[in-house]
Design a protein around this ligand. Structure first.
Ligand code: SER
Length: 622
């Protein structure tokens, strides 16, 4: 089977089990300032996992594009990629472990045809501190499905030292078998959903480990080992907890959040432990073989360079298609880093010409059938790849000149110099190192790393500031302020006129900030009037609800808001929130409170200008 077959089988199978299939969301999250990229299938589902009803029902499935910037340096082995597709299915307070485990097993073994003897699973061993029990329920369910395939499965406590212990089901700690967007339970912020999970692994066989080049050949093997024998192909999260100030409470619904690597399941199906050998990489691999005049071989020393380029250019193509331009800032920084890293690795395998757009073109051709926007944007994508590659080549020659200058002045290159070359010219430290070595010198990597971490902390602080648009989290205080923002928007229109439109919004759990079109300073009287309209309507205990409307219908009903707000779009329709029968109607993805009575007292803290024709109000609820 190729990637396309597996994707299709998955979506068809879950559709048959009553799921509505939704298209992949963008790689750039909407209304979620906590993260730069969509890194898992569940991210766009968070409001629904927290209890908001999904307009399409309680069973949803998709294949979601994901990008994990934190994995850039992992790429090079046989299974890590920064970009991948995650097959997902969700039960929003509908079915739970019993049905899900049965379906998952059936999908993998019957639809995809994986041999159940080569499947292994892990489950959560429990956490006494938080009162979360050992997941014996899942163990019984797994045992049942394995037994139906004639396999007697033993459950044992996971142990690196003791290895497989003839087990098929392993109880693991929170480090491995607890899932939330922020990792283990203690790292989760208040208001974040999470839960125990059960991961599934495919066994490629022991031969791999015994390969003479394997650094693991004398070690005990276990499912979480990195030797390449086992590949994690999917994760079933039993998302039933919410982190609160008191510890953990159960969510309003018991949810299922499944995420499976499409490429990895395809690799298991093809029985190739090297995911870069599946069909989705075939044409980029061939292109690179032509360009470098070398052949791809999973265990040769060139394999890493091939893999880095195949992964990075594929990721860059999808990022650019979703609106990113390589730059020094924010998401653009990652697109730049991917392309530049690919160029360097291209040099390592002897590619002599500019190549990124040539490889990018193969990516577009491979994926265009499923991702129609790639074809439409192919010109822009290829131009941006080419442009960035050329910029980097210039950088490299500037960096080399600077290197020579420093060297001839000081007779050496210090750790600080290496950092300066990196920060100013984007000159990679590995190159500085290589060039220093050619001159018989070592650079002080420790100093370089210190400088680098200082710089990273600064840029992290910068990006937190920058990504503070929209809602900072989904805590109840933030959600209340979000509803108050709609009320403020309406009150401003009533007091100042219909020229008032939202120009920006930023909400934390402490205050709202609302930018809107209006040229003059608000008088004290106008401010008081706006406040009292909001407070009067809060006191009326108005119900808040949403409707899914056709675009025209929404406009006819006098809804305001950003009509191309992607977050509010649902298969050609649009989500509109109503406060009361007609006090406020605004296009929005949510979340909101159910009744304005929950809001308390609304006060405007500050009113100021933020540029020509735009005013800003900061306000809070007490
Ligand atoms: N959220 C889980 C993951 O990303 C499963 O979808 O692994």
């Amino acid at each position: 089977m190729n990637l396309k077959d597996v994707r299709k089988k998955y979506l068809e199978y879950f559709e048959k089990q009553g799921h509505k299939i939704v298209p992949s969301a963008s790689l750039l999250p909407e209304n979620d300032p906590t993260t730069l990229f969509t890194g898992s299938g569940m991210q766009p589902m968070v409001p629904y996992l927290l209890g908001q009803p999904h307009p399409l029902g309680k069973r949803i499935a998709d294949s979601q594009k994901c990008f994990r910037s934190q994995d850039i340096d992992e790429v090079g082995d046989n299974r890590h990629t920064t970009f991948f597709e995650m097959l997902g299915n969700w039960s929003l307070g509908d079915y739970f472990k019993k049905e899900h485990i049965k379906w998952m097993f059936e999908f993998l073994t019957k639809e995809i045809g994986l041999d159940p003897k080569r499947l292994y699973v892990t489950v959560f061993r429990g956490n006494e501190v938080f009162g979360i029990p050992r997941d014996t329920e899942s163990v019984e369910l797994w045992k049942k499905v394995f037994a139906e395939s004639g396999i007697d499965s033993l459950d044992v406590d996971f142990s690196e030292r003791d290895g497989m212990q003839n087990g098929r089901i392993f109880y693991c700690s929170e480090e491995k078998n607890w899932w939330s967007r922020s990792g283990v339970s203690e790292k989760m912020p208040i208001g974040e959903p999470g839960g125990p999970d059960s991961e599934m692994f495919w066994d490629f066989g022991v031969e791999l480990k015994l390969h003479e080049n394997s650094q693991y050949k004398n070690e005990q093997c276990h499912v979480n080992c990195d030797c390449g024998r086992f590949l994690e192909i999917g994760n079933n999260v039993f998302m039933e907890y919410l982190k609160t100030e008191k510890g953990f409470e159960t969510l309003p619904n018991k949810n299922i959040d499944f995420g499976g690597g499409l490429e990895r399941i395809t690799a298991a199906q093809n029985n190739t432990p090297d995911i870069f050998l599946i069909d989705a990489f075939a044409s980029t691999r061939k292109k690179l073989e032509e360009l470098s005049n070398r052949s791809y071989d999973s265990i040769s020393s060139d394999a890493k360079a091939f893999r880095v380029i195949m992964d990075h250019i594929r990721a860059a193509v999808f990022l650019i298609a979703d609106g990113i331009t390589p730059s020094n800032k924010d998401q653009g920084y990652f697109a730049r880093r991917l392309i530049r890293r690919a160029v360097r690795f291209g040099q390592k395998i002897g590619i002599q010409e500019t190549f990124c757009s040539q490889v990018g073109n193969e990516v577009i051709e491979t994926y265009t059938e499923h991702y129609l926007n790639l074809e439409k944007q192919s010109k822009t994508i290829l131009e941006k790849l080419d442009d960035e590659e050329k910029k980097f080549l210039k950088t490299l020659s500037k960096g080399e000149r600077e290197f020579d200058k420093i060297f001839s002045e000081h007779g050496k290159i210090s750790g600080q110099d290496a950092f300066l070359l990196y920060a100013t010219y984007g000159f990679p430290v590995e190159l500085t190192e290589e060039m220093a070595q050619e001159k018989g010198q070592e650079i002080d990597k420790q100093i370089f790393s210190q400088e680098f971490s200082k710089h990273q902390e600064l840029s992290r602080a910068g990006s937190t500031e920058k990504f503070s648009g929209g809602l900072a989290d989904h805590s109840i205080e933030t959600v209340k302020l979000h509803t108050a923002t709609h009320m403020l928007n309406q009150a401003l229109r009533m007091v100042l006129g219909d020229h008032v439109f939202q120009r920006g919004s930023n909400i934390t759990h402490q205050r709202l900030r609302f930018d809107f079109s209006h040229s003059d300073r608000l008088t004290d009287e106008q401010i008081k009037k706006v406040e009292s309209i909001v407070n009067e309507n809060i006191q009326k205990n108005l119900p808040v609800h949403f409707e899914i409307l056709d675009l025209e219908e929404a406009k006819q009903k006098g809804s305001i808001g950003v009509f191309d707000d992607k977050y509010a779009q649902l298969g050609g329709k649009i989500k509109v929130f109503f406060i009361g029968e007609s006090f406020s109607k605004e296009v929005c993805g949510g979340p909101h409170v159910e009744n304005t009575g929950e809001l308390g007292h609304f006060s405007i803290l500050k009113e100021e200008s933020v540029g020509a024709g735009v005013r800003r109000i900061k306000a809070s609820l007490t």
